[in-house]
Design a protein around this ligand. Structure first.
Ligand SMILES: [Zn+2]
Length: 646
């Protein structure tokens, strides 16, 4: 990353232009803002909160969660925010605290990205989705115990394999109480594999992109962060993981947990790879987990993840209607506010069902006519009956990028045009474009005229070529940042806004210094991650070119598990074979599995473990050193809108 050479005025955030004001005014006129049912539902059942809401981070410089800077949302929508997104930001950030859904079911909302739901059992709390960080979940549980009477946590339910629904588990239970079976932890089948593979194998790239998506680096302000769409903000604290001691595998399975009956419906491969929804007959309440929410969700999430199946998503909502539609009186979910009343809840479910199916069906209709992803996304519009419903608006997903996701699901990244089989990478292609267009200064001059006409998408496209090939060009960086910013101000999707504004920030400032420069797992993650998953993650860190000539065979003896693993590196590929021992290994390592996991996650080092007598090495100790040298450390804050190589 080059040092920024922008002047103070070039680097400052700018007001909305006349084009942006006009675009936002059109939104205000086109949607039924007089419909305030969501505000009534978001307020209903309020018991108490912490005001201002600020949750300290254990051992951290900055709070784990802080809504105190979002007070400006009380006011009218400024020119620098899409009015529809402003409405969603108000619904999220201004309605935090403990709420009664019905007698016995409570939600702590906007203490993190997701909701934490509590059900009062016969002897204690059943906690559904204990948030992203221990700090947030602990604060949420404490508020409930203070207001409703203190009860022990007797069970935890993880509705699905996304970190905002399990990362804070150690804030409400101890790993020992789960291991001993004292606390039941219930999750859908494949929860462990999916949560770890989604968040570990591609974890660094996803984490970096997530900082853009959730706007973590933006200051809360009318020209900066206003919401994530899905929730008020994402908490940034201590994450953990426990392996569930009860898995749900089939639709129709039931459990009685601390006297409360649950009926489960499996919904895998929809919003998350491992997910269920459930019905609580005694409460006539349906928990839709994250299958439904008060916006258009992501068929593809811009932080990066495997594309989701919009058709299966829609079909599962229909299945929920079929199974529970006659019996339900309350709909609640893992994000946003509940809906009370059967008619309203079923109408809402039908609308969410049709939202995903419309996008699915119409994308493929147009693809079959021969249109490419960009052409389909550009012309795709929801019918008014879906489009004018605020619960279908694209605050998180967008019709545009979800349409592209459906295309990729069926047809992959290639659009069929051979010009796109073997394109030049951004820096090389950028240099050629700039040369053909008359040089960087000429491109910036022309782009300035396009900017004045409000053609921000075009400005971003051409200036990306300049910045990717000549990142030191201050005029290009400054104008590209200005274009991103106006697109951010106009975006209805919080995710788009955050990406655009974070892109502008990267162009205007140097990359911020993170608390640790390389990706680091937490102690909680080290305790929770199964060895097989850790070996898979290690293999992803093996530097192929550096390992071209490496041939290494190591026996591992894990004393606590009474289990052997054979680790082999050959052909620049790492394999870990359970229950195998090589006769002629380079070395044999004897240690506890947790120490090994901590060593491989960078939480301790081999020599330290040897000196503490926690690691015994037989054979070639050099082989161990050679091993760690072959693995990459990932830089956390790599550049995104500026070239990677510099
Ligand atoms: Zn979530």
């Amino acid at each position: 990353m080059t040092q920024t050479n922008l002047s103070a005025s070039q680097a400052a955030s700018k007001p909305a232009t006349a084009h942006t004001r006009a675009a936002n005014a059109r939104v205000r006129e086109s949607l039924p803002f007089e419909d305030v049912r969501s505000f009534e539902n978001a307020r209903r059942g309020f018991i108490a909160s912490i005001d201002p809401l600020r949750i300290e981070r254990t051992g951290g410089r900055t709070p784990a969660y802080d809504l105190s800077g979002l007070g400006f949302l009380e006011g009218d929508c400024p020119d620098t925010v899409n009015p529809s997104l402003w409405r969603q930001a108000q619904l999220n950030a201004l309605h935090h605290g403990l709420f009664e859904v019905t007698e016995g079911i409570y939600q702590i909302r906007s203490f993190d990205l997701a909701n934490m739901t509590l059900i009062r059992g016969e002897t204690g709390w059943i906690v559904i989705d204990p948030l992203t960080s221990s700090e947030a979940s602990r604060a949420a549980l404490q508020l409930a115990n203070e207001q409703l009477g203190a009860l022990p946590v007797v069970a935890v339910i993880h509705t699905h394999s996304h970190v905002d629904h399990f990362g804070g588990v150690l804030g409400v239970v101890s790993a020992e109480d789960v291991a001993s079976g004292k606390v039941a932890v219930v999750a859908p089948e494949h929860f462990v594999d999916e949560s770890l593979s989604e968040n570990v194998l591609a974890g660094n790239a996803m984490g970096r992109r997530a900082t853009y998506m959730y706007g973590n680096l933006l200051e809360p302000s009318p020209t900066g962060f206003v919401t994530t769409g899905l929730g008020a903000a994402l908490s940034l604290g201590t994450t953990g993981f426990v392996v569930p001691n009860d898995s749900i595998r089939e639709t129709g399975e039931t459990r009685t947990i601390d006297g409360v009956d649950f009926e489960f419906q499996m919904t895998p491969g929809t919003e998350a790879p491992a997910e269920f929804v459930f019905f609580l007959p005694a409460f006539r309440a349906l928990c839709m987990s994250e299958i439904t929410s008060h916006h258009l969700h992501n068929v593809y999430t811009l932080r990066g993840a495997q594309v989701r199946d919009a058709l299966a998503w829609s079909a599962q909502i229909q299945k929920s209607i079929d199974r529970y539609g006659d019996r339900l009186e309350i709909h609640f979910a893992s994000h946003h506010w509940p809906i009370w009343g059967r008619d309203e809840a079923v109408t809402y479910l039908e609308s969410q069902r049709d939202l995903y199916k419309y996008i699915h069906d119409q994308t493929l209709r147009l693809a079959n006519h021969g249109f490419t992803p960009e052409e389909i996304a550009e012309q795709m519009q929801l019918p008014p009956s879906l489009d004018r419903n605020f619960s279908n608006r694209g605050y998180y997903g967008s019709v545009h990028h979800n349409t592209r996701a459906v295309y990729v699901k069926y047809l992959g990244f290639f659009d069929g045009n051979p010009a796109n089989i073997h394109r030049l990478p951004p820096s090389d292609g950028g240099a050629k474009y700039v040369e053909f267009m008359g040089g960087a200064d000429a491109v910036v001059q022309k782009a300035q005229r396009s900017f004045e006409r409000g053609e921000y998408r075009w400005v971003a496209e051409v200036l990306n070529h300049v910045v990717m090939s000549q990142p030191e060009h201050a005029g290009a960086r400054a104008l590209l940042a200005n274009a991103f910013e106006q697109m951010g101000y106009q975006a209805e999707s919080a995710v788009w806004r955050n990406f655009y504004l974070c892109g502008a920030l990267e162009l205007r400032q140097t990359l911020p210094t993170p608390s640790t420069t390389t990706f680091r797992a937490s102690e909680g993650m080290a305790q929770g991650i199964p060895l097989d998953s850790l070996f898979k993650a290690m293999a992803v860190r093996l530097n192929g070119p550096n390992a071209e000539t490496a041939r290494l065979t190591l026996n591992f003896r894990f004393t606590d598990l009474d289990k052997n693993y054979l680790l082999q590196i050959d052909n620049a590929v790492m394999h870990a074979f359970p229950d195998r021992v090589a006769d002629a290994a380079d070395a044999t390592l004897t240690m506890a599995s947790l120490d090994f996991k901590r060593m491989m996650m960078g939480l301790t080092e081999g020599p330290t473990l040897i000196s503490e007598k926690k690691l015994a090495v037989e054979g070639d100790a050099e082989a161990l050193l050679a091993l760690t040298a072959l693995f990459d450390q990932f830089e956390r804050r790599y550049p995104i809108v500026t070239p990677r190589s510099i």
